[in-house]
Design a protein around this ligand. Sequence first.
Ligand code: FE2
Length: 327
Amino acid sequence: MWAFSPLQLALKKAGCLFFFKIMLMKNVDKLGVGLLYNAALPDYLAANIAHVDYVEIIPDMFWSDGGRNAHPRFVELPQWRRQLDWLAERVPLVAHNIGISLGTMDHFDKGYIHFIKEMNEHYQFKWHSDHLSFLKLPTSGPHDHNAGIAVPVPYDEDYLEMIGKKIDYITGQIPLPFLIENNVYFVEYPDQDYTETAFINKLVQASDRSGILLDIHNLYANSINQKIKSKAYIDELDMSRVLEMHIAGGNEMNGTYMDSHAGPCPDEVMELLDYAVSKAPNLGGITFEFHESYFHLLQFDGLNRQLEMARNTWNKYQIKSLDHELA
Ligand SMILES: [Fe+2]
């Protein structure tokens, strides 16, 4: 639940907005290490729920969307809803949306936002997120076109204003931190007004309740395909607003490194995670993502190993920050 302490309320009243925002970020639960839920996980989680501190879910996976004019629009898929209820009784949940399409101009599906709002009222997510990209193109019918891949947005003034307004609406409707995830991309727009880090910083610093979901594997993929300097990117990003990190594996296709969530994380991702966590004082969780079709590369032991490595990094810096607070 999002609640203000007396100190935070006093700071807000006194107009100390900068400090107020810092306090808001510190209010986020420190969950630990989690998994992004997928269809390969029910048996694993039934036997290993003690190995995860939280589960991140994609809300769309548990309901079917009948389209804008349908009543009711979102219809539950009973077998999946039972899984979700089982999880909710055992671990905190975090929502990872895929349907907002923040980057689509002239399109904002408020019905989808209200669906997330109702889900949150029932499941009490710790925070929720979506990608800094566009996925949907509106049609005159009940369903949008879906690009099937998160397409990056141009980092310019028009997009900054448009996405900022959407974030204001989302955070006004749903009383949770809303995180924006950095995207993977294969081509770059020419003549942009901002670098990616400057664009993200400006977006999240304009809102009390928005933060960053730093996908370490996306950054790693961009460092290979686009020659992005990963550590410089982290140094430029407002790490005080990073509340969650994603880690994953990928594979190469015709000379391009793909963000395919293909099994275990490369060593370089774990090394970059360590660097990023060391600079993220308000981090609430590290989530391992994999696509269910690669479960055979992990199995139960492989999943436990990925979680264990992430937990070692989590513990290393949580213990350090605790020492610092006690000193
Ligand atoms: Fe991700």
